[in-house]
Design a protein around this ligand. Structure first.
Ligand SMILES: CC(C)(COP(=O)(O)OP(=O)(O)OC[C@H]1O[C@@H](n2cnc3c(N)ncnc32)[C@H](O)[C@@H]1OP(=O)(O)O)[C@@H](O)C(=O)NCCC(=O)NCCS
Length: 171
């Protein structure tokens, strides 16, 4: 499996993958496209197979006020034909070994049982603005004990109309 950093040439393949992996929701593809267009700082990888993107994930800054306090994992997706074959685990384990991912506090809003496999734990603080009880909010390497609402890049609120940010209650 070939995992590589996303380039301008592979961006369109990533949007196609996100549309396929989240049927009925334009939120994820629009989100990533806007993050790209607005030049946000992302750490993102794609897995290509027969010239198509079959897996993708991105990390973007998490904020405490104006300070960066970690990275949000969002979105993450595997093409429908390749799901449940270990591809998602492989790209995530790969990303978790890379700098700066391997040394920063990480946050993810998603299926608790899935992300626990990779070392994430339920996150009591900070508070996720998209998940009031933090019931699907997890973190890794997060030692924060202050009560604050963790910030996301503004595109997370503005990308398309959608029931919510990527990952929540989708699996
Ligand atoms: C969620 C997703 C990224 C997981 O990637 P994947 O390649 O399918 O997952 P893996 O094959 O690595 O799965 C590892 C384990 O997670 C569980 N799992 C994976 N997909 C699952 C699914 N759709 N439903 C239930 N459990 C699932 C399985 O228990 C699997 O373990 P197993 O080896 O015992 O079967 C992928 O299914 C996907 O893109 N789904 C649609 C978009 C989405 O929901 N993204 C998540 C954002 S949080």
């Amino acid at each position: 499996m070939k995992i590589q950093k996303v380039t301008e040439e592979t961006r369109a393949k990533v949007y196609a993958l996100l549309r396929a992996a989240f049927p009925g929701s334009a939120y994820e593809a629009d989100l990533v496209q806007r993050l790209h267009e607005n030049g946000r700082s992302l750490h993102e990888w794609v897995c290509l197979h027969t010239n198509k993107a079959i897996a993708y994930l991105a990390f973007s800054p998490a904020y405490h006020g104006k300070e960066i306090c970690g990275l949000h994992l969002a979105p993450m997706a595997v093409a429908p034909d390749f799901q449940r074959q270990g591809v998602g685990s492989e790209i995530l384990r790969f990303a978790l070994r890379q700098e700066p991912i391997r040394s920063r506090p990480l946050f993810v809003l998603g299926e608790v049982a899935y992300y626990k496999r990779f070392g994430f734990e339920p996150c009591p603080l900070p508070i996720c603005p998209f998940d009031k009880n933090n019931s699907h909010f997890l973190s890794l390497r997060n030692e924060n004990s202050d009560s604050f609402i963790v910030g996301y890049e503004p595109e997370f609120k503005t990308a398309a109309k959608s029931p919510g940010p990527p990952g929540k209650k989708r699996r």
